[in-house]
Unconditional design. Structure first.
Length: 655
């Protein structure tokens, strides 16, 4: 990457120290980095004591690259660790889940004792339906407590859950069921979205039609809407789980017992089933949750505003919080179900202290304006987290100032479905934070930024992010495809995990994530990061959100094409579009370099996003290059791309 670009990126020099009061009470002190780096394996063995084992492990790591085992001679039960042991420790009356429904006023409070009963009933019912150790069970559920209960019941039996996001289509569900040969599905009749019932069961029925191995479908009644019913395989939750025994004595399984699959997209079309095993994953989840969010189980109210259909929901709604025995908020709705102030109402009323969400949501909330937060007392908040994509400094500063009252450390957490838990993040009581930087690897994690030859780059330079030593929660493979596993992550630098992300190390040695390396452009021989340009564009006052792609160009190799949404108040002046576009181009030129100035800027009311909120740059690239559109089935709204294609011709400028 050219030096000018790195310099431009690093114009962001603000840095915030943890406050003395926060640091004083923090769970982790600075010395932990040193202790962990001297002997990571011993450090992780120490962390494994956070769990309750039926047989304690004597082994640490066994490493036959790219295959690792951790704590292999230990035995434990994942569900027991999340639920029963807290009850046994006398914390049964503590609230585990404070569930808030899509509709205002609809809530459910579940204590650890109640959760133990519910999970036990579900485990007994699943056993009656035929589920046993090693089976794969698909979970296609809304954000309701039964989703968590089902996941815990499945792993309690030693079976594996494969949660498929409830926004996915029947085809996507079917292909995931087939890939891992699931014989069971847990689902609901439907889910609520801003008060509107949206059916789920019909998609399951459609999938079952092409998945003849399905033996049983367990259905929660959520919306009460009519559903088609197949007496041979369909079972209502309230007619099975509710009537089952609330006692279930669970057994310990080996540490390396397969725990779950989470499908994620790769560079090719076919989604990969990322495999996680039990103990290593749980050790990663519980340790990182406690450390990164400085969790105080006695007093914190934790809210991970994500969906259980993604790895963030697995690790930081289900496993991390429950392993730590905290009280958490689980929210079913959208950020504006019941109004654009809904989140802040929840934070104020339930006194949320730890909030964890994605930059795309932060930008949406920012776009709606601060008038929605101002009426509320958000002073219960203590730590704010960000995950999923690089966070632009503007959104970071807004989060800090308006949500955190300039008083909460912001932890920008980098990790992946494959890593199982957070890898790079500030420690809120130790590490200073910079707007837009994930800062440094957590204790016990070893990362590097390297060049194409695998050589570590000096401070002030960019390169590829790698993880140089194995860690407990690392994926154990791609389901049914060991070759793809080796090829994707371990072949570029043998024995070293290649994450697929670009990163920079600044002059202080701190790490900035720059997006997937597949999003790096080469314009006239200059390498430019899409993220870097996006940050610059979003820094322009009228802009709400931006997506940048490198479109092929006869003269320059690639050219920068930007798709931009404006803040609501700005977008009313149709006539000013040409003026705004030119001003944005000048702004980028000034913020980074004239080379980064977009060839075209398309103003659009919306950007195409996947149901997990990621902007589909691949499709925008198709639009920019006027190619036939690729697969649009994972988008929230497939019509958005066609609309943008239409706009391409109208509002664009070219030099
Ligand atoms: C990819 C992994 C981790 C849970 C949600 C996403 C990007 C993730 C950050 C961050 C910059 C980030 C990376 C990574 N990413 N967190 N804090 N800063 N980029 O999980 O769907 O497996 O996606 O998300 O590009 O490779 P995922």
């Amino acid at each position: 990457m050219a030096n000018e670009q790195i310099e431009a990126w690093l114009h962001e020099m603000r840095s915030f120290e943890p406050s003395a009061t926060f640091a004083e009470k923090a769970n982790v002190s600075a010395s932990e980095y040193g202790t962990a780096s001297q002997d990571p394996e011993a450090w992780w063995q120490q962390q494994s004591k956070r769990l309750t084992w039926t047989t304690a492990p004597t082994k640490g790591l066994e490493w036959n690259p790219p295959f690792a085992t951790w704590f292999a001679d230990g035995m434990l039960n994942a569900s027991f660790n999340c639920v029963d042991r807290h009850v046994e420790a006398g914390k049964g009356s503590k609230v585990a889940i404070h569930w808030v429904g899509d509709g205002e006023g609809e809530e459910r409070v579940i204590t650890y004792s109640e959760l133990q009963e519910l999970v036990s009933k579900c485990a007994n019912a699943l056993t009656d339906l035929g589920v046993s150790s090693g089976d794969r069970v698909a979970v296609y559920m809304p954000m309701i407590p039964e989703a968590v209960i089902a996941m815990l019941a499945i792993v309690r039996l030693g079976a594996m859950h494969s949660v498929v996001f409830a926004g996915f289509s029947a085809d996507a569900l079917a292909s995931r069921i087939q890939d891992s040969d699931c014989h069971f599905i847990v689902t609901a009749d439907g889910q609520f979205r801003r008060g509107v019932p949206v059916p789920l069961k019909p998609a399951v029925d459609e999938a079952v039609n092409v998945c003849p191995n399905i033996e049983a479908v367990l259905v929660v009644e959520r919306t009460g809407t009519d559903v088609a019913w197949n007496d041979d395989i369909d079972h209502w939750w309230h007619e099975t789980v509710d009537l089952s025994s609330p006692i279930h004595n669970c057994e310990g399984f080996p540490a390396e017992h397969n725990m779950f699959l989470m499908y994620t997209s790769g560079t090719t079309g076919k989604p990969k089933g990322i495999l996680h095993s039990t103990a290593g994953y749980l050790v990663g989840a519980t340790t990182t949750y406690a450390n990164v969010f400085d969790i105080k189980p006695e007093s914190d109210i934790c809210w991970t505003a994500a969906d259980i259909g993604w790895i963030t929901g697995h690790t930081y709604i289900v496993y991390g919080p429950l392993l730590n025995g905290v009280t958490q908020v689980m929210y079913e709705g959208l950020p504006d179900s019941g109004g654009r102030d809904r989140w802040w109402k929840i934070v104020e009323r339930l006194k949320v202290s730890i909030l964890y969400t994605a930059p795309t949501t932060i930008r949406t909330l920012m776009k709606w304006g601060t008038e929605h937060l101002q009426p509320y007392d958000l002073s219960s908040l203590r730590v704010l987290g960000s995950v999923g994509e690089p966070i632009n400094p503007e959104a970071w500063m807004w989060y800090r100032e308006f949500v955190g009252g300039n008083n909460c450390p912001i932890v920008d957490t980098w990790w992946q479905t494959e890593t199982g838990s957070i890898m790079i993040s500030p420690l809120p009581g130790v590490t200073s934070t910079k707007p837009g930087a994930a800062m440094r690897a957590l204790p016990g994690i070893n990362v590097d930024v390297v060049d194409e030859a695998g050589k570590s780059v000096p401070n002030g330079h960019g390169g590829l992010l790698v993880i140089t030593k194995p860690w407990p929660s690392m994926t154990r493979g791609i389901w049914g495809d060991p070759e793809r596993f080796e090829e994707t992550y371990w072949s570029k630098f043998p024995g070293i995990y290649f994450a697929g992300d670009g990163a920079k190390r600044d002059e202080d040695g701190d790490i900035w994530l720059l997006g997937r390396v597949d999003d790096v452009m080469n314009v006239s021989g200059h390498r430019l990061s899409t993220t870097e340009i996006e940050h610059a564009i979003v820094g322009f006052p009228a802009v709400a959100e931006a997506a940048v792609v490198g479109a092929s160009d006869e003269t320059t190799g690639q050219a920068v094409v930007a798709f931009v949404t404006l803040k609501l108040s700005e977008d009313e002046h149709e006539n000013d579009h040409a003026v705004i576009i030119e001003a944005i181009r000048q702004h980028v030129s000034k913020a980074i370099s004239p080379i980064a100035k977009p060839r075209q800027i398309i103003l659009t009311p919306e950007l195409p996003k996947t149901r997990s909120g990621k902007i589909m740059r691949r499709l925008l690239k198709d639009v920019a290059e006027q190619r036939t559109l690729g697969d649009v089935t994972t988008l929230t709204d497939p019509t958005v791309v066609a609309m943008i294609s239409g706009l391409m011709g109208q509002h664009s400028t070219e030099d």
